[in-house]
Design a protein around this ligand. Structure first.
Ligand code: ATP
Ligand code: MG
Length: 492
């Protein structure tokens, strides 16, 4: 509890006010007295006290109106109403309107002190709970929307890591919010007022990358007509975000390692060492250990950078977040397009929750943009859903208004899709596989691939539909496809 609590006493009978002030003379309270309701409102609006001792019978206003003002304006002041015995029912009304306690006139010093002490203790406790709830129950955090447990974990890591200069290594599939995460780390850090410089190591041609990071001197290469600062100099006192770090050329990785170790660098073509106080954050949608194992990423650099790992969970693992993000996007895009939409109907909400979102939040953005651009407005219905979500229409149980989206999404991740029996693949009788001839035996992986590819072809290239037949999630198919493509390109 704060050492000196501020009490505002509203009492139009001055001798009574003097008596109450005398009762509290030796208490650790700073008491201010006003005689009218309007004066009380002025103080409540400009500098709300901890406790309001409010006489309900005021010359200018009804005490209940003051209470209502406190509640509608969300003013964090605890109220004790003071009432005459005859108006006890009004005291009850006051409690309904949010007063914490009441005192019946006349009361003695002890009664006043005990009531004040209790109310302050309760208020202090509710503040602790509110702060705690704010910490564990955040629905939004910097650029993120989402209250799922998976995201609460991410918010907590960012909170803890932001104050330090330690390097953060963000992993996660495409579209999961790695860049949003990097920006959040910067915004939450003491460097928030410094620069945030993002460099996409995958988007800049290899031979320009060194100059992009470290800058160059005049004449360093053809076209270097003037000296130029790179990202390292621009990020001084702030954060340098190295996106798609696994795409960085091996030679440049060596230079980056030296820069991180020593805190100094040289411009391309320059001989002078320059210092830069920088916080590094990097991100990749690859598995960095795999890149190290395949000699595409320096192990020593990996360990230098991989100090605080943050993994961005796929959207399908974030319980009801998909619906919260979708609602915000619908509002934003409708405003941008000058249209008016009224949320999603139950079936659309069910489809959003059941779908596996392989492209994560970015794919959700595209779907909502598509709906807003191609339709006039009103409630979003299943008829407005673009491919591949339309295939789930009629296959999922509509989600009642306040039901969390968690269960269906979780089920689909586990590979048991919540589809109607009409969607299930027919059971294959054992004898249709047997007897097996030696020549038919192939690696299991190959058989799996054949079955998946065959099913996709039967479903006219509709991956979610194929996934539904195979009782696996569409994201599993996308992942497997990536793996096949990769092993194919490695054998070529
Ligand atoms: N939790 C979230 N709430 C709201 N918007 C989000 C959230 N996560 C990501 N976004 C938005 O989704 C889009 C993709 O996010 P971002 O660019 O950070 O993803 P990424 O993981 O870096 O993707 P990639 O690997 O493709 O670069 C951005 O427009 C971002 O603002
Ligand atoms: Mg990115």
């Amino acid at each position: 509890m704060k050492s000196t609590a501020r009490i505002l006493l509203v009492e139009d009978t001055v001798p009574l006010a003097r008596t109450y002030e005398a009762y509290l003379e030796h208490e650790p309270y700073d008491v201010t007295h006003v005689e009218t309701g309007r004066n009380a409102l002025g103080i409540l609006n400009s500098d709300p006290p901890d406790v309001l001792l409010l006489d309900l019978l005021l010359p200018d206003l009804n005490g209940l109106d003051v209470l209502e003002h406190i509640s509608t304006q969300n003013i964090h002041t605890a109220v004790i109403v003071v009432t005459a015995n005859a108006s006890l029912s009004t005291a009850v009304d006051a409690m309904r309107l949010g007063a914490m306690d009441y005192l019946v006139k006349p009361f003695n010093a002890n009664r006043l002190k005990v009531t004040l002490k209790n109310v302050l203790e309760r208020q202090n406790l509710s503040q602790i709970v509110a702060t705690y709830r704010q910490d564990i129950d955040r629905r939004e955090y910097h650029g993120f929307i989402g209250s799922s447990l998976a995201m609460q974990r991410v918010y907590r890591i960012i909170d803890s890591a932001a104050g330090s200069k330690a390097t953060v290594f963000i992993t996660g599939d495409s579209g999961t919010g790695k860049e949003v995460c990097a920006q959040a780390i910067h915004d939450q850090s003491p460097r928030a007022n410094g620069p945030f410089i993002a460099l996409n190591c995958g988007a800049i041609p290899k031979d320009l990358m060194e100059s992009e990071i470290f800058g160059h001197v005049k004449g360093a290469f053809t076209g270097a007509v003037a000296e130029r600062d790179g990202a390292a100099a621009q990020a001084r006192g702030g954060t340098l975000f190295l996106d798609e770090i696994c795409e960085m050329d091996l030679n440049l990785q060596t230079k980056l390692l030296r820069f991180i170790q020593t805190g100094s660098f040289q411009k391309v073509g320059g001989g002078k060492l320059e210092d830069a106080d920088i916080r590094f954050v990097c991100a990749t949608n690859k598995n960095p250990m795999e890149e190290v194992a395949n000699n595409r990423f320096r192990e020593d650099l990996f360990y230098r950078l991989h100090v605080i790992p943050v993994h961005m969970p796929p959207l399908s693992e974030r319980e009801g977040d998909v619906l919260d993000i979708a609602a915000k996007l619908l509002d934003d895009y409708a405003r941008e397009e000058g249209k008016s939409f009224e949320g999603f109907d139950d079936e659309v909400r069910a489809v959003f929750s059941a779908y596996s979102w392989p492209g994560n939040v970015r794919q959700l953005q595209n779907v909502i943009r598509n709906i807003v651009v191609l339709n006039e407005g009103g409630a979003v219905t299943s008829a407005m859903l673009p491919a591949p979500l339309d295939v789930l229409v009629g296959q999922v149980e509509p989600l009642p208004d306040n039901a969390p989206a968690a269960s269906t999404a979780a089920v689909i991740v586990e590979g048991v899709a919540p589809f109607s029996s009409a969607f299930r693949a027919p059971q294959v009788a054992e004898k249709s596989i047997l007897p097996l001839h030696e020549a038919d035996i192939r690696p299991l992986e190959q058989i799996e691939r054949d079955i998946i590819e065959h099913t996709i072809a039967l479903c006219d290239d509709n991956v979610p539909k194929a996934a539904a037949y195979l009782c696996i999630s569409a994201s599993t198919i996308y992942r497997k496809r990536q793996g096949w493509e990769k092993s194919q390109s490695e054998t070529v």
